[in-house]
Design a binder for this molecule. Sequence first.
Ligand SMILES: [Zn+2]
Length: 67
Amino acid sequence: MSGEGTGNVAPLRPKRPCPECGRPSSRDTYPFCSTRCKHVDLNRWLSGSYAIPVRDDEEEGDESEPK
Ligand SMILES: [Zn+2]
């Protein structure tokens, strides 16, 4: 006996809103709604907002221990 069958199919491509403005994304500029938002995101990357924080705590050098 199988209760599961057709009828519960997940959509192939769930629509995602534009990460910049929240509007429905366009196919050409996915996942953004337009090239404009795409550029906004790109600029954010370039300006360094997404940059990985640099940790400069103690540098791991060769601390020669006197023996
Ligand atoms: Zn947008």
